[in-house]
Design a protein around this ligand. Structure first.
Ligand SMILES: Cc1cc2nc3c(=O)[nH]c(=O)nc-3n(C[C@H](O)[C@H](O)[C@H](O)COP(=O)(O)O)c2cc1C
Length: 354
């Protein structure tokens, strides 16, 4: 989000926009201080905070921060970064005047939209029914390494480097909630027009996995025979593939779903739509692989469904509008994978043009 304000400098605004939590300090009419951690969203000239307490237990008008703001609108909001590497410490403090926005006003609606955009948890909460605190910044102060990337927490680059394709699994069940979290990561992938042109089929039962293996095996056998492979090798490869499907505790079939995409009268733009959908299917798959690794699971990718999508749809009784593309295996690795594909040096892959 682009936030530029006369009061907040660019570094300060960029730092605040990335923070998930801040502390809101208020004071009552006598100046007695009160501070609470808050989630917040930023707009160009205001900072918004939802009142998300259960209204039945504590009417929002009784919340100390609300009573304080009504008695004394002067507030401060501070967001900070603490790490054991003190070279990365930083904070931004905004002082200003707070007011309560009533539901139904345009600014309230916009604030709810911004808060829900930043925190998906608010989607399931009725924050639109309560007033929103709006802070109008008057002064900003900051200190520390605002511009430094925070390298103190779990690092996505470590996950990217650690992930590897696993092809043998322990016979250890994967908890359902972990599978759900992997799918949750997949659904947050970028997609053309935000249309999410993918659907996921989750397979855990032995009989269902066997049905899939049979359907894909038939096609593969025909292809291998067409390539002139000798019968023994064909059987060995088919058995290996069948074993992989059977032994992986969970299979996630990622299907392309094109119905929600834009329809064009010319073939070229239509092709572009489909290509973008396939690109974003790859992004969803990668999100799933990285999330799995982050959650202590291992995963692999099999392309076989791509070569016989109709057979897979039929074998699994899926909606005919789905086009199976990729099959992810999920589970716990049975030992480290024997080999890891080396990567080309960056110099081979990148050109810089000024
Ligand atoms: C589109 C795509 C299709 C793939 N299909 C298969 C497959 O059918 N069988 C398989 O064993 N690995 C498959 N892989 C995994 C790659 O072989 C693997 O990612 C690559 O060798 C690099 O190894 P790493 O994932 O361990 O870093 C596929 C990967 C991608 C991105």
């Amino acid at each position: 989000m682009k936030v530029t304000s006369k009061i907040l400098g660019q570094e300060q605004a960029a730092f605040l926009v990335r923070q998930r939590v801040a502390r809101l300090a208020t004071a009552d009419g006598e100046g007695k201080p009160h501070a609470v951690p808050v989630c917040f969203a930023m707009a160009r000239s205001s900072i918004y905070i939802a009142l998300d307490e259960k209204p039945k237990d504590v009417p929002v008008s009784r919340l100390k921060r609300v009573r304080n703001i009504l008695e004394n609108p002067d507030v401060a909001l501070i967001a900070d970064r603490y790490t054991e590497d003190w070279g990365l410490l930083a904070f931004v403090m905004v002082r200003g005047s707070a007011e309560l926005l009533d539901p139904g006003t345009g600014e309230h609606t916009e604030a709810v939209r911004l808060l829900r955009g930043k925190y998906h948890q608010y989607e399931a909460m009725r924050i639109e029914e309560n007033p929103i605190i709006a802070i109008r910044p008057e002064r900003a102060t900051s200190w520390g390494a605002l511009d430094e990337p925070d390298t103190s927490g779990p690092q996505i680059l470590d996950t990217i480097h650690g992930r590897r394709s696993v092809r043998r699994y322990l016979p250890k069940e994967v908890p359902e909630d972990l599978v759900e979290r992997v799918l949750e990561a997949a659904r947050w992938a970028p997609s053309p027009h935000g249309r999410q042109p993918w659907r996921f089929a989750v397979l855990t039962r032995e009989a269902t996995k066997e049905r899939l293996a049979d359907a894909m095996g038939e096609e593969w056998r025909a292809n291998l025979e067409m390539d002139g492979q000798n019968a023994e090798i064909v059987e060995r490869r088919l058995e290996g593939s069948r074993r992989r499907l059977r032994d992986a505790p969970v299979l996630v079939l990622i299907c392309l779903y094109l119905e929600d995409l834009d329809a064009y009268s010319d073939a070229e733009r239509q092709r572009g739509e489909t290509t973008m959908a396939v690109q974003s299917l790859g992004a969803a798959a990668q999100n799933a692989l990285l999330a799995a690794y982050d959650l202590g699971l291992d995963a692999g990718w099999m392309c076989a469904p791509l070569y016989c999508p109709e057979k897979v749809v039929e074998a699994l009784g899926l909606d005919p509008g789905l086009v199976p593309h990729a099959l992810l295996t999920l589970g716990y690795a049975d030992g480290d994978p024997p080999k890891r594909r080396p990567r080309r040096p960056l110099d081979d892959l990148v050109v810089y043009r000024d």
